[in-house]
Design a binder for this molecule. Structure first.
Ligand SMILES: Nc1ncnc2c1ncn2[C@@H]1O[C@H](COP(=O)(O)OP(=O)(O)OP(=O)(O)O)[C@@H](O)[C@H]1O
Length: 285
């Protein structure tokens, strides 16, 4: 066990009570009015292709419903991250169209895309890209300041509420280098949520965490989604994918499987894990 994972374990056990509260508070902070949902997909990929030296995405079509939790899986190099970046406006496709709530991202100017990413999407990566020059509270509040829609005190209050909900209140003034990987990832989820996004995008958000911290992050993701925020994750890990209600498998830049698992419940975890594992095995993953 590494020093980092030991400190994650300590953090996760000392924060277990907070984590239970966490979910309620996230819910309050990020409750979406489900009645506002429409039948229009919140994200839609139409005939997406991407060429580097050769073609890596081959005409992908996916419609993601508002409020759903989608896991994208597949072998290394199959195009998962490329597709996620295109879906979320971090990258542009070579061909095809991406729509967010019916609005085309593909032809948007970079300035408008950046504004959309800032206000409507929240990103959680395997390695949290927090700024070393800022304390955790300021890192979390920063996207709120950048959006510039609200008084700073309100943004800071929301950042504090999110930190409390994730059990990391005591780390407000900490430097990025002073906290464990699990705590850092919880801070990066707070940052992703600060502008109350419609969609949380994750690229292996538990990939660098020990199992206790990973489970905590997954519980948080599940709660975010349970309140109506759409969650789209890339993952290699079947224990992450079983939390999703839909699993897409990408092999050689094509969607080979699109499987509806239904809502996660812990009682069905083993059965769902077996289903996802056998699906991946059938694709040679
Ligand atoms: N910026 C780039 N320039 C050139 N080729 C790239 C670039 N980004 C990705 N690729 C190539 O595109 C293909 C798909 O890469 P991508 O990272 O999307 O796969 P992945 O399924 O996410 O892989 P992993 O699971 O290992 O992260 C790979 O062959 C990769 O080498």
């Amino acid at each position: 066990m590494t020093a980092q994972s030991r400190s994650d374990d300590a953090a996760s056990s000392s924060n277990s009570t907070n984590s239970n509260d966490s979910t309620k508070q996230i819910a309050n902070n990020h409750a979406k009015d489900l009645r506002k949902e429409t039948a229009m997909p919140i994200l839609e990929a139409i005939d997406i292709t991407k060429d580097y030296d050769s073609r890596v995405l081959h005409g992908l079509n996916v419609a993601i419903e508002a409020g759903s939790f989608v896991a994208i899986m597949g072998p290394s190099g199959s195009g998962k991250t490329t597709f996620l970046h295109i879906l979320s406006g971090l990258d542009r496709p070579t061909g095809g169209t991406v729509k967010a709530s019916g609005e085309e991202l593909t032809g948007m100017k970079e300035k408008d895309l950046a504004a959309l990413r800032l206000r409507r999407l929240g990103f959680v990566f395997q390695n949290p890209h927090l700024l070393r020059t800022l304390c955790l509270l300021d890192n979390i509040a920063l996207p709120g300041f950048l959006a510039g829609d609200e008084p700073r005190e309100e943004i800071v209050a929301r950042a504090r509420g999110l930190m409390a909900s994730m059990g990391i209140s005591e780390l407000e003034s900490s430097d990025v280098a002073e906290v464990s990987g699990g705590q850092l990832q919880r801070a990066s989820i707070c940052r992703a949520l600060i502008n109350d996004p419609e969609i949380v995008i994750g690229d292996e958000p538990t990939g660098a965490l020990n199992s206790a911290s990973a489970a905590q992050v997954l519980d948080i993701m599940g709660e975010i989604r349970a309140r109506g925020t759409t969650v789209v994750l890339v993952t290699h890990d079947p224990t992450v994918a079983v939390r999703a209600d839909r699993v897409l498998v990408l092999v050689d830049g094509k969607i080979t499987d699109d499987v509806a698992l239904g809502r996660y419940s812990p009682d069905a975890a083993a059965e769902r894990t077996a289903r996802v594992t056998s699906l991946l095995a059938s694709r040679g993953v």
